[in-house]
Design a protein around this ligand. Structure first.
Ligand code: ADP
Ligand code: MG
Length: 674
């Protein structure tokens, strides 16, 4: 599409263009897609008798006398005037606005917009924007767009550039939707949408514009993801030999759940089909995803290929290694652990074994993605706690083994909208059943007044043979840490001196000996483990039955649900104590956890409360930023967009006749792959 440099606009020279560039804006076309983040309603005119202190309003009145200028001191010019209308007077003051006196004519009627102050029974307005009533509609009498700014840029400058761009290029904006489809889904055309999003003529038309632009975002993403899925389904993959599940199960200390069996069978059907598998296994904390992974790795080995399992943290990779290596060794599968912390020598040796194919199964962190790791004959890549990786890491992983089966596993029960977007290109197996014998974790939200009693409870839990996690939001105090925030280092010291007879461990992201500390805790050598959220995902210590979270309001609900999932894995009755030190709003949020242990319901509530960015941590979800669509409310629109995407692709799989769409999808996919 043709692009026009911002400098072709009036009022934008080289210097101003540099300021726009800081917002990533170089062309008029980009500016058209730089939507306002809010609007200020400057439509209603209020008569003076109805004005209230503190309200922001338009007042329409006649300038009664010539504005008076006074130079208070050097550099401070005051302009005062009085405006009259039927019900009263408004006193206006401008600071350093020499233009006001010239612009305002005595006897003329103007509309003033600003904040009302009541002083000594007089209504006052300071530095209002104004325009003649006869020419109303530029700065008053409408919904004013509000843009994100950067130093050196004013709303006025952006608005002016936007309105010029609209006049020049809105009609030339390529429409990715064919007219028939616009009609079918009741959407306005793109030029109208662009005009209305920047300069709304009414709330209803703004709503139409918003709907159209949100639809476009979701539609593009859906087309892109379906395309990825199509591509994969058609590509051939290594054909695995079926595995008798009974042999595998015989090596386990328990029977597989029905859900585990189903997930393994679904994956097995893919793996033996001769086409590539791209599957998501989604199951709440503790549903037993690791064993599904183990069964598939065993299958890969039996089929003469290598398998890789990638975890988001070292702790988790090490834990998987500790569980899976002994299990798979029984079947003659050689297993190795590759993390960033290996000595260079050890790492080299391991890489050599991987390259030679003598090592069948590798467990690791994203170190597995490094250039130095090449597999002799990789058959399947499994990614644990998928949502912790971005789409981009997922793509580099896929590149690692072109033509390799992929399975991703995620414990975060993802609300439907997000699941469609994040995993739209994947087939899904759901583990909707927990292994038997789990007791729900009893959860209590308490305030710091309960601290002594909880300390006693911690001690009692240990006395009875249980173990305790204490999670803090921070590692260590810095000078600007508020006193109210608990940090792991001093909490460990406090608990250790409180209970000298107990062994209190400490683990956090910056600690080198994470694995050793975790191993001690798992072995029962430590009674209490103080940590940051490094233990959030996957950590499995069945004997732990009390989870205490400090400053719980600092965490998302889904995250707290994950943390809580660290307990309730054994036979003991388990508890989760959430210390609340925030306001009432966060209290209400935390109370949801007292009432529900359903990860899906909690995730949905969390998404609605905090939005998708917060939900996953902005960078973690790997989605492109949605600027108009709002995933917590736009589910119906997303479903329509997905349907529209299917229709277009069914009719024109290669998008040969939908050229504008094709270009946008390519650009989007490129962005996701970066
Ligand atoms: P997830 O990764 O889904 O959160 P894990 O795979 O860590 O869950 O399993 C949680 C715990 O349940 C582990 O201690 C595991 O050994 C145990 N487990 C897994 N499957 C079963 C089963 N079918 N029956 C009993 N316990 C199981
Ligand atoms: Mg797990």
């Amino acid at each position: 599409m043709e692009q026009h440099d911002l400098q072709t606009l009036k009022g934008i020279g080289q210097a101003r263009a540099k300021v726009f560039a800081r917002l990533g804006l170089f062309t008029c076309e980009e500016l058209l897609r730089f939507y306002p983040y809010d609007y200020q309603d400057r439509r209603a005119k209020v008569s003076v008798s109805n004005l209230l202190h503190g309200m922001t309003a338009c007042v329409c009145g006649m300038v009664a006398l010539t504005p008076q200028e006074t130079m208070i001191r050097k550099g401070l010019l005051l302009t005062k005037l009085t405006v009259v209308e039927d019900t009263g007077r408004l006193h206006i003051t401008f600071f350093n606005a020499p233009y006001a006196k010239t612009a305002l004519q005595v006897g003329e009627v103007y509309v003033f917009f600003g904040k009302i102050e009541v002083k000594n029974n007089r209504f006052e307005m300071v530095n209002p924007v104004f325009e003649p009533e006869s020419k109303q509609g530029q700065t008053t009498g409408r919904l004013m767009p509000i843009y994100h700014l950067t130093a050196g840029l004013t709303q006025y400058a952006v608005r002016s550039a936007v309105s010029q761009s609209l006049a020049l290029w809105a009609d030339a904006a390529p429409d990715i939707l064919p007219p028939t489809m616009r009609q079918a889904y009741g959407l306005c055309d793109i030029a109208f949408a662009l005009r209305e999003i920047h300069a709304p003529t009414a709330a209803e038309t703004l709503q139409q514009a918003r709907r159209r632009l949100a639809f476009d975002e979701l539609f593009l993403l859906s087309v892109g993801l379906s395309w990825m899925k199509q591509g994969r389904q058609q590509s051939p993959g290594p054909r695995f030999t079926p595995l008798a599940l009974s042999d595998f199960e015989a090596a386990l200390p328990f029977r597989l759940t029905g859900a585990q069996r189903r997930a393994i069978a679904e994956a097995q059907a893919d793996l033996t089909s001769g086409t590539l598998m791209s599957r998501l296994v989604q199951g709440d904390v503790g549903s037993g995803k690791t064993m599904v992974a183990a069964a598939l790795c065993l299958m890969a080995a039996h089929s003469g290929t290598q398998a890789a399992l990638m975890a988001p943290t070292e702790i988790l990779a090490e834990q998987h290694y500790a569980t899976l290596a002994p299990l798979l060794t029984q079947f003659g599968v050689s297993t190795g652990l590759l993390t960033g912390r290996l000595s260079p020598k050890r790492k080299k040796a391991l890489q050599a074994e991987i390259a030679a194919g003598t090592l069948t199964f590798v467990i690791g962190t994203h170190a597995l993605l490094s250039e130095q790791v090449t597999f002799a004959n990789l058959g399947i890549i499994i990614t644990d706690e998928q949502h912790r990786f971005g789409v981009n890491q997922r793509i580099s992983l896929a590149r690692k083994g072109q033509g390799v089966h992929t399975l991703v596993m995620s414990a975060t029960p993802i609300p439907r909208t997000l699941a469609l977007l994040l995993y739209g290109e994947l087939d899904v197996s759901v583990l909707d059943e927990l292994p038997p014998g789990r007791t729900p974790v009893k959860t209590y939200v308490v305030d710091m007044g309960m601290r002594a009693r909880i300390d006693t409870f911690i001690d009692k839990t240990v006395k009875e043979g249980g173990q305790v996690f204490v999670v803090c939001p921070l590692i260590e105090c810095t000078e600007d840490t508020p006193d109210t925030l608990q940090e792991a280092v001093s909490e460990q010291a406090r608990l250790q001196s409180l209970f000298p007879a107990r062994r209190v461990g400490l683990v956090h992201g910056k600690l080198k000996e994470k694995a050793a500390v975790m191993a001690d805790f798992a072995a029962g050598l430590l009674h209490i483990l103080v940590s940051t959220t490094v233990i959030e995902v996957g950590v499995d210590v069945p004997n732990a039955n009390l989870m205490v979270v400090q400053n719980a309001e600092r965490f998302g609900l889904a995250q707290l649900h994950q943390l809580r999932g660290r307990v309730g894995r054994g036979k003991r009755e388990s508890f989760c104590i959430l210390f609340h030190t925030g306001g009432n709003e966060s209290l209400a949020r935390l109370k949801l956890l007292e009432q529900s242990t359903d990860g899906f319901a909690i995730a949905q509530a969390d998404l609605a409360l905090r939005g998708p960015g917060e939900f996953f941590g902005t960078r973690q979800h790997g989605l492109p930023t949605l600027r108009v669509a709002d995933l917590s409310v736009d589910t119906p629109l997303l479903e329509q967009a997905r349907q529209a995407a299917q229709e277009v692709l069914a009719e024109d799989p290669q998008l040969l006749t939908h050229t504008a769409l094709r270009r946008h999808v390519d650009a989007l996919m490129e962005k996701l792959g970066e």
